[in-house]
Design a binder for this molecule. Sequence first.
Ligand SMILES: [Mn+2]
Length: 310
Amino acid sequence: MLLNTRSSGSEMPPPIQIVAYACGIGGQFAGSRDGPAAFRNHIEQFADLRKRVGWHSWIEDGRAFSELGSQQVLESIITLSRQLAQASFDIITEGGFPVLIGGDHSAAAGYWSGICAALAPEGDVGLIWIDAHMDSHTPQTSPNGYVHGMPLAALLGYGHQGLTTLLSERPKLKPAHVCLIGTRDYEPEEKTLLQSLGVRIFFMDEIHYRGLPAVFEDALRLVRQASGGYGVTIDLDGLNPEDAPGVSTPAANGLAKAELLTAMQGVYNDPRLVGMEISEFNPANDIDNRTLALMHALLAGLQGKRDGRT
Ligand SMILES: [Mn+2]
């Protein structure tokens, strides 16, 4: 559904346009469906930030995986993904900067497909995938049918046709322009797929050894080779559970909040940055609003954006 929050007349709409994915059917726990509403309630309290963001689309499914089962979940997420793809496509073509607030990480397939399709005339888009998990299953390899474990494979062209052909038939991302940061919890089939494609994976042990600044520098060099720009997807479970407890599938030994926010300073005002996704916020598990505060800081970092590309 389209939200009637955009300004009319001669006034320019806010450059940052949020696509809300109020859906948790992609995983075992449905709590992330409440993520966008909790974040919106939080943002409403900050007039400076509230004025700089528009709420473009609200895409929702209030059900739970357990009510539906694998096949119906997959079909539902394909329908939602078409809406996500159209929303981010429209924001880019209208000159805005799309930000996804989720919701489970199945949002990534549709959201990034729309961005890649809109920017296809300018070239390939790169993507930094910050996550404890690889999200690189297909329906054939997934042990549980959770679609939030599949979006990166889909964007690379592997998985259900309904997720791999959103807005265009071709794969949305090229392996050479994708990298993962913070990886530490995955199945062997996912690693086999990504490594067979040559996707760069910065596992947590490499981050402990080299430090996040050096790894982030490598990651930026890699994604900036894509001529259409690049994006960052942040699955909040990529962070230490102490720093971002408001997730559904926490994994110990993750990225430190302070280090990630420092690394993002080199990203926010890069004119090549074309989108940012913050997924898997489950407010029921948050402690002292720590996860909300992290999301707030990530969104506030974008405030220098004057339009979609600057
Ligand atoms: Mn994920």
